[in-house]
Write a protein that binds this ligand. Structure first.
Ligand SMILES: [Zn+2]
Length: 118
């Protein structure tokens, strides 16, 4: 049985540092826009990521992942959520089975056709 730990999971400081950097860059604007307007931007960025995943421009794909992560961090800040605390949920492996990789049976929606639908 393997467990997460020294598995390269981002440190609390790294995750918090990113959130603080985004707050420093855009915090004033984000607070003025508010959480509802910011959520709309976030969803728009998710749509751009969806298009990038279907495209063939690796540089654009990286950019869209960065944008989604930045907008998610902004939303967390506006909602008073510490992303480092939030992602800590996964720091010690799967939150349900505590294994890394997860050893939980796949949910119906995650099963491949080969695994059947029952
Ligand atoms: Zn699991």
């Amino acid at each position: 049985m393997s467990r997460a730990g020294d598995s390269g999971f981002p440190t609390v400081g790294e995750v918090r540092g990113f959130q603080e950097a985004i707050e420093l860059l855009y915090g004033d604007r984000d607070r003025a826009r508010g959480i509802d307007g910011t959520f709309v931007w976030f969803v728009e960025e998710v749509g751009e990521l969806a298009r990038a995943l279907k495209g063939d421009d690796p540089g654009n794909l990286i950019e869209e992942f960065a944008d989604v992560y930045a907008w998610l961090s902004t939303l967390a800040s506006l909602a008073g959520v510490d992303m480092a605390e939030a992602v800590g949920k996964y720091a010690r492996g799967c939150p349900r089975c505590h294994q890394a990789p997860c050893a939980c049976p796949p949910k119906r929606s995650q099963r491949t056709p080969e695994q059947g639908l029952t």
